[in-house]
Design a protein around this ligand. Sequence first.
Ligand SMILES: C/C(=C\Cc1cc(O)c2ccccc2c1O)CCC[C@H](C)CCC[C@H](C)CCCC(C)C
Ligand SMILES: C[S@@+](CC[C@H](N)C(=O)[O-])C[C@H]1O[C@@H](n2cnc3c(N)ncnc32)[C@H](O)[C@@H]1O
Length: 253
Amino acid sequence: MSCLQLSVPLLAASRSKRTAVRCASDRQELFNRIAPVYDNLNDLLSFGQHRIWKRMAVSWSGAKPGDSLLDLCCGSGDLTFLMSEKAGERGKVIGLDFSKEQLSIASSRQYLLSKACYNNIEWVEGDALDLPFSNGYFDAITMGYGLRNVVDKRRAMQEMFRVLKPGSRVSILDFNKSVQPLTAFVQEWMIDNVVVPTATVYGLAKEYQYLKTSIDTFLTGKELEKLALDAGFSYARHYEIGGGLMGNLVATR
Ligand SMILES: C/C(=C\Cc1cc(O)c2ccccc2c1O)CCC[C@H](C)CCC[C@H](C)CCCC(C)C
Ligand SMILES: C[S@@+](CC[C@H](N)C(=O)[O-])C[C@H]1O[C@@H](n2cnc3c(N)ncnc32)[C@H](O)[C@@H]1O
């Protein structure tokens, strides 16, 4: 069984560093593979709604002109570009990801979109579980659809806490693991009957089946709030958006 199918409890039970490293590299390869079609499939499969959800995440981060900002697990840069517009030409935004292919797409988009403020963006190939930044460096952090994909969510939350300035916020957007049976049913039905079959047309059935597995083993809103408070954040609130299909955790250091 590849670790893309391993549930988090099984992964945690294995506890072997080697397993975690292999899982991280399997996911790294997955996001390298889907990079060429990632943006288009997101637009197609969410009817463009994901762009609204991402704008909400950036607004909740509290990012403002002149800030030093971080978009963690930036992928092709959707939230990085939004954070760049918030920071303006006096500010700075770092987009960090461990997928070379995703960062390549992000860099190409930066050149093609060529907005003046986008000169404030720096792309960094790195690990969200071992950030190459000093303590208390950033004024705000966003993480869009990344927390569910890291192999150690606690460690990722601790790293975000470490590199944030006191009083600053992290805004974490992801799928919502709903406790409402109807919402959970609709989400699962859409993924089973629309998302995975569409991805199969692109030869990516396994990759989008992983999407479903990762949601099944994700944390609920209340569990995400507790994860943030346990990492040291003073305040944490999880908001359900997109009819409960998505969720956004806002936490203050
Ligand atoms: C931007 C979105 C998902 C990003 C994303 C995250 C992952 O962890 C992946 C893992 C593996 C493969 C792909 C991804 C991935 O793309 C959210 C929107 C795109 C979704 C793929 C579509 C979700 C559909 C909703 C369940 C239903 C939407 C209903 C509509 C708004 C009426
Ligand atoms: C679903 S994509 C999200 C991309 C983008 N934030 C968005 O909202 O579209 C998840 C991203 O997380 C990255 N990722 C997963 N684990 C990571 C880690 N440990 N360190 C850095 N990036 C990671 C993947 O390479 C991928 O680009």
